[in-house]
Design a protein. Structure first.
Length: 381
């Protein structure tokens, strides 16, 4: 069955004591990218404090396996294929992987006997959701992006409830209106616990000038990197700049710049960096924009163009722009001059953006989702 951590049976106790010892079980599933895992992990502290036993089902080799292991959660690995919309020889093999994944998931669900399944998306979730539906286990799906991904679109008919991150998505899923609830996106608690002193020490910055944090996604962005560095001398007249530029993108000529600190990648340090950031320039992945919203960080979003994506970042950015949470500069309009102008405008309207973010109810995502889980879960006996 591919369980990484075996689920141990209860010891031989009298039946009344055994019932007291058992906790209701919830299966979390999602994988393929960190964005399909971190919102699941954001729920774990609240689930555990509410008395749930958490088990994770993911693929045998995906990034989720490592992330869940680090969190110390029991893990079942199942066979998983990818549903591609382009030609690949793997398209002839992967349907068999998906079928095997359904059998793997079916037997895992039968053994675990969860009261509810919570799915964050990614192709590995399709077999889990279908297997749960066959066994009449309630399923909640969460969609991070403005528009639903293919895996979630295939799975929604088998779900009990569907949580969406953006209010506009409710209209796009009108066919399933009775199932859909706008909850926002659960954010990891550690991102809220950044330390200002640690952040300043990491960068060697002081409190005299505002700090601009530039991040081009987990792998960086050549276009954003080039634009920022082309105007660095102007930016650093009034800002200290932190730049997460992506692996292999450090500029050795800028290592000694007193008001510029560059990193290939930020892991656990990200929370401390966000704690000291006054303004943020970023891509517009769902996790990122909701972290900025939760932390009330005025931000300029530069979404991936449709040439490089299915356009979900553009929709995410437009949604936040329409609600007054973010400024937006489209990649095709990105120049040295437009970047400077957009940052200046963001700085001038900083208080306005913070005021708009303070009115948001999206920061209550975890509480809303936990309440929904309780409402649909099978009764605990």
């Amino acid at each position: 069955m591919g369980a990484t951590n075996q689920i141990e049976d209860q010891p031989n106790l009298p039946s009344d004591h055994k019932k007291l010892a058992e906790k209701p079980k919830i299966v979390l599933t999602g994988g393929g990218t960190a964005g399909h895992v971190s919102p699941n992990l954001a729920l774990t502290a609240s689930l555990e404090s509410d008395g749930w036993e958490i088990i994770y089902i993911g693929s045998k080799q995906g990034i989720e396996k490592q992330l869940v292991a680090e969190a110390g959660i029991p893990y079942y690995g199942i066979s998983s294929g990818k549903l591609r919309r382009y030609f690949s020889w793997q398209n002839f093999i992967d349907p068999f992987k998906v079928i095997k994944g359904i059998f793997d998931a079916y037997f895992a669900i039968a053994k675990i006997k969860p009261k509810v399944v919570f799915s964050k998306g990614g192709f590995v979730t399709v077999p889990v959701i279908f297997a749960s539906w066959l066994q009449r286990i309630p399923v909640i799906i969460h969609e991070s992006d403005f528009s639903s991904g293919l895996a979630n679109r295939l799975s929604i008919p088998f779900a009990t409830k569907v949580c969406v991150t953006f209010p506009e998505t409710v209209k796009h899923l009108a066919k399933y209106a009775a199932k859909v609830k706008h909850t926002g996106l659960p954010i990891r608690s550690d991102i809220l616990q950044g330390n200002v002193d640690k952040g300043r020490a990491l960068c060697g910055f002081n409190a005299e000038l505002p700090i601009l944090f530039v991040v081009g996604g987990s792998t960086g962005s050549a276009k954003i990197n080039q634009a920022v560095r082309s105007v660095l001398d102007i930016l650093t007249q009034n800002h200290q700049v932190i730049h997460a530029c992506g692996k292999g993108n450090l500029d050795s000529n800028l290592k000694e710049h007193p008001r510029y600190q560059q990193f290939e990648y930020l892991g656990t340090e990200l929370a401390d960096i966000l704690a000291i950031a006054d303004l943020v320039v970023s891509r517009s992945g769902a996790n990122a924009v909701f972290e900025f919203l939760t932390l009330r960080k005025p931000n300029l979003l530069i979404p991936l163009s449709k040439l490089s994506s299915r356009g979900d970042q553009i929709l995410n950015a437009k949604s936040f722009q329409s609600r007054g949470y973010s400024a937006v500069l489209f990649e095709e309009d990105l120049t040295s001059e437009s970047l400077l102008s957009a940052i200046a405008d963001l700085n001038m309207r900083r208080d306005e953006y913070i005021e708009n973010m303070n009115k948001s109810e999206d920061a209550n995502a975890i509480a809303q989702i936990i309440a929904l889980i309780k409402s649909v879960a099978k009764p605990h006996s």
